[in-house]
Design a protein around this ligand. Structure first.
Ligand SMILES: NC(=O)c1ccc[n+]([C@@H]2O[C@H](COP(=O)([O-])OP(=O)(O)OC[C@H]3O[C@@H](n4cnc5c(N)ncnc54)[C@H](OP(=O)(O)O)[C@@H]3O)[C@@H](O)[C@H]2O)c1
Length: 319
């Protein structure tokens, strides 16, 4: 009887504490805010996966600053709905939608070809699109889905747009990675997860690949006026966990504690516009400040090897 009472009292105190501290936890989770007032009139921005979530809010912020924003997404109807909303809210009519499916290298090449034919410059490329917790599946080119979309798709897109970025310098490349990169491992003997697949880890591996790609890219771009940085947006209430019912339920239950997509976009915006980052490159940010990178994410030899393997897989020569 006494045990029972103590347990009930314990639970009651825990719930009370949670309610009392919730506003503080929420404020902590909201993270940093990009304070930059930089205007982007005359600048061209490409954001992948900007029809929803963090990408859409990043597009909204940059459109507000006057940029010509290209929403690169696979679903034109969803992209047009997002663009319509942003145009109406910001009054910026230079928000346009272009088709890009990162799970298909043909679509990536078509997107880049059209972009280079139609646009004169590219000042900011935000590689934001991503998938998480997918059951084992392959892209059109036979790459494991997380690796193919999150890493290889953006690797190829950056390769195809790089000359334009260089010619438009100063320019910035922003790769949206994740804190999850800490759990990632680059296992070259089973990069595609064919021998051993874990849907949670596959996401972590691909996000580690984002960090390593950024590091090697920044090293190669020294002196070109193009910078490359990666970031963790925070834990954001978005559609990212849609492939897992359990995670969707968890995300909904604890949504109060998660960042809104608008809060989640702050570090992307910071990396894209902050004046103090003008010549900062090869870094990893979270909450609009430098953050800790995992030991694997700081391994230059691994970054170089991943670069070469990615080129081989995509059949490109990128020296
Ligand atoms: N949410 C978080 O807590 C969190 C934490 C750390 C890192 N991140 C990173 O933040 C980025 C944005 O995620 P989010 O939270 O905003 O998720 P989201 O709401 O699910 O948005 C992901 C975007 O990527 C697009 N996408 C997926 N596959 C694509 C493909 N094959 N081709 C083109 N676009 C594709 C989606 O398009 P559709 O709408 O057509 O599917 C969507 O626009 C991701 O890189 C994610 O890894 C998020």
């Amino acid at each position: 009887m006494l045990n029972c009472l103590v347990t009930v009292l314990g639970i009651f105190i825990c719930v009370l504490l949670l309610f009392m501290t919730a506003p503080y936890i929420r404020r902590y989770m909201a993270g940093g805010v990009c304070k930059s007032t930089t205007k982007l009139n005359g600048k061209v921005v490409v954001i992948t996966g900007a029809n929803t979530g963090i990408g859409k809010e990043t597009a909204r912020d940059l459109a507000q600053r006057g940029a010509r924003v290209i929403i690169a997404c696979r679903d034109m109807a969803k992209g047009e709905a997002a663009a319509c909303e942003i145009r109406a809210e910001t009054g910026n009519q230079q928000v346009i939608v272009k088709k890009l499916d990162l799970a298909d290298t043909k679509s990536i090449r078509e997107f880049a070809e059209n972009f280079l034919a139609e646009e004169k410059a590219l000042h900011i490329l935000i590689n934001n699109a991503g998938v998480m917790l997918c059951p084992y599946s392959k892209t059109a080119d036979g790459f494991e889905m997380h690796l193919g979309v999150n890493h290889l798709g953006h690797f190829l897109l950056t390769f195809l747009l790089l000359e334009c970025l260089k010619q438009s310098a100063p320019a910035r490349i922003v790769n949206v990675s994740s804190l999850a990169h800490h759990g990632g491992r680059i296992r070259f003997h089973d990069l595609q997860g064919e021998k051993c697949y874990n849907w949670g880890l596959a996401y972590c591996h691909s996000k580690l690949a984002n960090v390593l790609f950024t590091r090697e890219l920044a090293r190669r771009l020294q002196g070109t006026g193009v910078t490359a940085n990666s970031l963790h947006p925070g834990s954001v209430h978005s559609e990212l966990v849609r492939h897992s019912i359990l995670m969707t339920l968890l995300w909904k239950t604890f949504s109060f504690f998660l960042k809104t997509p608008r809060e989640g976009a702050q570090t992307s915006v910071y990396c894209a516009v902050a004046e103090e980052l003008e010549s900062v490159t090869g870094q990893y940010f979270s909450d609009c400040r430098p953050a800790y990178v995992s030991p694997q994410g700081r391994n230059d030899e691994l970054a170089k090897k991943l670069w070469n393997v990615s080129c081989e897989l995509l059949g490109i020569q990128w020296d």
